[in-house]
Design a protein around this ligand. Structure first.
Ligand code: SF4
Length: 430
């Protein structure tokens, strides 16, 4: 955007490799953290997400939710009017009235999130105090927590991070003498979660739990015997909150693709002293299926050049998957934020000629994309149409968050998500 934007090359160190990172600060093209409610409300089946925001926030949710609006939704917006914003009304009284009415009408709700937005942050409405106050009135029937989904300096997957980080302090305590347990962290589609649960059980890791759980009363305990494995790469604050509760981080990449999933499972297996023979016995058949499913797309995708705009924070693991398992070549991999610790295993697998960029200065990045003429650009919705008009094939990054892509059984679907836009372009050119 402006000339004042920063472009710095700073080194990122992992193992013995040091790679430069292009740091950018300028105009960004990303959705806000409210978007996370789209998948979180489906995951936690007795939670309600009450956004304290403006009509803009309500419209965003309504258009993003699409058809889901016809069911009894488990999210809504307490709309702040002009007189609220001008400080002419007592927002706390109004919020209490909205919450009381909601909980009276929806007795099945066991967990209520008050979700902050740009407007509520601008007027400095203290939602943590509001959550404490409302929790006193509605406990133990309903737990009330708060987090921010605001779009000020954040990207859309941070909504999940903020939500899970808010949950962590309320998790039950696991005693120090409890058996060693595995906690898989990050919202996964139920079908994927079930597959992983079966694999961990077959590996003999019997105390395995998932965060978030599907029901508010089933949230996992946490303590010094908890070893956690991240299933999503955007959970910086959640990881920190778990470590503050004594849990131990299992360093690993992310379960995308046949090899990515195998490496991720191996990190857990090593932590729980699973023998190599058992590990191979359990994973060899599903890994073979995954390799075969990916293979179908390798001819189409091999040597294709890909450019990632920063959006979902899945970009680095996706770039690793496309490069190592499909032979694609990443020109630039942009990520909104780079957590070098959580991303170390992924960064170590990127080739040296990939440009890694953090943050965004969208005009300059668009120029780099045009100059490099990739076969496919992975980007947010706002950039997709302009790039398509210029003849650059695109993949919407948000689709990669909404689609189950983790694990062996989804590896072929993940490869297909990249093959499909290229097939479409080929058909259009015929
Ligand atoms: S939270 Fe902010 S960015 Fe998100 S819809 Fe509301 S006003 Fe827009």
């Amino acid at each position: 955007m402006s000339d004042s934007s920063e472009q710095l090359m700073i080194p990122v160190t992992h193992g013995c490799v040091e790679k430069p990172v292009l740091k950018q600060r300028g105009q960004q093209e990303v959705f806000c953290g409210l978007t996370g409610i789209m998948w979180l409300h489906r995951k936690i089946q007795d939670a309600f997400f009450l956004i304290v925001g403006s009509r803009t926030c309500a419209h965003l949710m309504q258009s993003a939710a699409g058809v889901m609006i016809f069911a009894e939704p488990r999210f809504g917006t307490a709309i702040m009017e002009e007189r609220d914003l001008a400080g002419l009304a007592d927002m706390n009284d109004e919020l209490d009235a909205v919450v009381n009415k909601l909980l009276e009408r929806r007795p099945e709700i066991r967990l209520l999130f008050l979700v902050g937005s740009c407007p509520s942050e601008v007027i400095k409405l203290d939602l943590s105090r509001a959550a404490e106050r409302l929790a006193l009135c509605h406990s133990p029937q309903v737990r009330v927590l708060n987090y921010s989904g605001s779009g000020i300096e954040t990207t859309f997957t941070q909504g999940e991070d903020a939500c899970l980080a808010a949950l962590v302090p309320s998790l039950p305590s696991e005693p120090d003498n409890a058996p060693k347990s595995l906690l898989v962290v990050g919202a996964l589609a139920d079908v994927v979660e079930d597959q992983f649960a079966r694999l961990f059980e077959q590996l003999g890791i019997t105390h395995t739990r998932f965060l978030p759980a599907r029901l508010a009363d089933d949230m996992p305990p946490v303590g010094t015997q908890t070893h956690f494995l991240l299933a999503q790469p955007f959970l910086t604050d959640t990881a920190r909150a778990l470590e503050e509760r004594g849990a131990q981080y299992i360093p690993a990449g992310f379960p995308l693709g046949a090899e990515g999933t195998a490496d991720w499972l191996r990190a857990a297996a090593d932590c729980f002293d699973v023998t190599e023979a058992t590990f191979e016995d359990v994973i060899s058949a599903p890994r073979k299926r995954a390799r075969r499913a990916i293979q179908q797309y390798s001819e189409k995708l091999s040597d294709k050049r890909v450019f990632f705009f920063p959006d979902s924070q899945l970009e680095i693991p996706l770039s690793r998957f496309l490069g190592k398992e499909l032979g694609m070549r990443t020109i630039e991999v942009g990520t909104p934020y780079l957590n070098k610790r959580l991303m170390a295993a992924e960064l170590a697998q990127l080739p040296d000629d990939v440009t890694i960029s953090e943050g965004q200065d969208v005009d300059k990045q668009l120029d780099r994309c045009r100059d490099s003429q990739p076969d496919i650009a992975v980007c947010g919705l706002g950039l997709a149409n302009p790039l398509e008009v210029e003849g650059i094939t695109t993949k919407w990054s948000i689709e990669l968050v909404f689609t189950p892509i983790q694990g062996f059984e989804q590896a072929g679907d993940l490869a297909e998500l990249f093959a499909r836009p290229l097939n479409r372009r080929t058909r259009l050119e015929v």
